[in-house]
Design a protein around this ligand. Structure first.
Ligand SMILES: [Ca+2]
Ligand SMILES: [Ca+2]
Length: 135
């Protein structure tokens, strides 16, 4: 619903693949090789200000690719559990969850609710710990 997720291996996109998908609010592409677009029409009528999440090392490639270049908000895919976005999952991420639980941060961190139950709590901390332990 409003989100488009492309897998790691995506072939070339059709000319009108996402044309008029006006309700898209987010695009995530796990493909390190940019899915090629025959023209910018692939995303015709798609809001170009929505966040587009792509693999960190491919950001520049997406920003230069036909079609994708139109998007103004291309970002790296957040690593699961990496709430502060420093590329490692560690105690710093847990601290952010704790601070959020204690109401110390005004900001809600998207990645903080790891189990997606709408609450930031001890269950999310457990998940970060499991990620740290490689479970
Ligand atoms: Ca981190
Ligand atoms: Ca949660």
């Amino acid at each position: 619903m409003g989100e488009l997720t492309l897998g790691v291996a995506v072939g070339p996109l059709n000319d009108s693949e996402f044309e008029n998908c006006k309700k898209l609010t987010k695009i995530t592409s796990a493909a390190t090789a940019v899915p090629t677009c025959p023209s910018a029409d692939v995303f015709y009528n798609v809001n170009k200000d929505i966040p587009v999440y792509v693999p960190k090392n491919s950001i520049a490639a997406y920003q230069a690719a036909i079609g994708w270049e139109l998007f103004t908000n291309i970002q790296k895919i957040a690593k699961r559990g990496d709430i502060d976005g420093n590329d490692t999952v560690d105690i710093g991420d847990i601290n952010i969850i704790i601070n959020t639980m204690l109401g110390k941060t005004g900001e809600q961190f998207d990645g903080g609710d790891l189990n997606g139950d709408g609450k930031i709590d001890i269950a999310d901390i457990n998940m970060v710990i499991n990620i740290m332990l490689g479970k």
